[in-house]
Design a protein around this ligand. Sequence first.
Ligand SMILES: Nc1ncnc2c1ncn2[C@@H]1O[C@H](COP(=O)(O)OP(=O)(O)OP(=O)(O)O)[C@@H](O)[C@H]1O
Length: 337
Amino acid sequence: MREFDYEKLVVATDGFSPSRLIGKGSHGFVYKGLLQDQDDNKRHIVVAIKTPSSSPSPSSSPLFKKSEQTKKLENEISVMSSLPRSPHVLSFLGHAEKRLMVVDFMPNGSLHQLLHVSTSHPPPPTWLNRIEIALKIARAVHFLHEQSILHRDIKSENILFDSNWEPKLADFGLAVDLTGKVKPAPAGTIGYLDPSYTSPDELSTKTDIYSYGVVLLEIFSCRKAIDVSRSPASIVDWAIPLIEEGKIGEICCGGGSGVFMGTNLRLLRMAARCVSSDVESRPSSGEITAEMVTCLAEPLRSFPLWISFFRGVVKLKRRKKRLRETLTWPGQTCRVR
Ligand SMILES: Nc1ncnc2c1ncn2[C@@H]1O[C@H](COP(=O)(O)OP(=O)(O)OP(=O)(O)O)[C@@H](O)[C@H]1O
């Protein structure tokens, strides 16, 4: 884990200038920073720097006081620094005085913005894009659970996109190491928080699975986890009866019909299992990824005619190429139609 010089982070953010502020969360402030590359002084790398307040003072300063936000950020640094790299989890770059966290900068916003804030750029994700995002986040959750880490705040706002539109699970402020002795009081975000998680002892991987199930419903329906302008306001209360009645078309927004109908039905049934009040019946993160991989392969299997046609075209092109090569020698051309 790299330790950054506090002063360098001050310079990187123009003294934590408001013009560099990306956003505020319940655990603090996030700034965009420009850091000098360690290997090449002329190059700069863009990073995101998370601080517990808008004007963080060094821990040596008399103004420094350990706030609740500082403790949460310390927890986030401790969890993120313990994790090996994963392609689907936001990359941790280092810290300063275990209070300022430096991570990869995510220039393309969150899944929440992509699904719920309508703009013409970028165009809304296709059905297949959305399923791919869901699969990558399921992989991130599986990776964390394999490391005995519970995220406890899985939600569309905490899924950020890098410059290649790859989704990354972020915000580990509430994350917990399951192997640790202390089980914290229940916490999370309303709408995503497992209703069965009412005491520290009820914390398990299935708590994250509930939140993941809500995100899956959100991805399918483009409806917010809680939308007070609708009745019922909760996405779970709205979607579950529709899934039980098989009214899949009423849930899926923007595509996923026709050949994808069977796939959608399977995935929505799995989302329903994730948010089930029967905690034991919820699938594990491993089961979810396996089911999603199978489901993604399904529509292709139902295109045998297209595939054989496509294979035929490729074979014909290869045969023509070989024939052209056989009939052509230096100084001579041959036309094969
Ligand atoms: N690495 C990053 N790159 C770009 N933007 C980021 C990055 N990390 C966080 N942000 C943005 O900064 C803002 C604050 O993020 P943060 O993770 O602190 O809180 P949050 O997820 O919004 O809220 P909470 O902590 O209450 O769940 C959000 O708008 C988030 O999208």
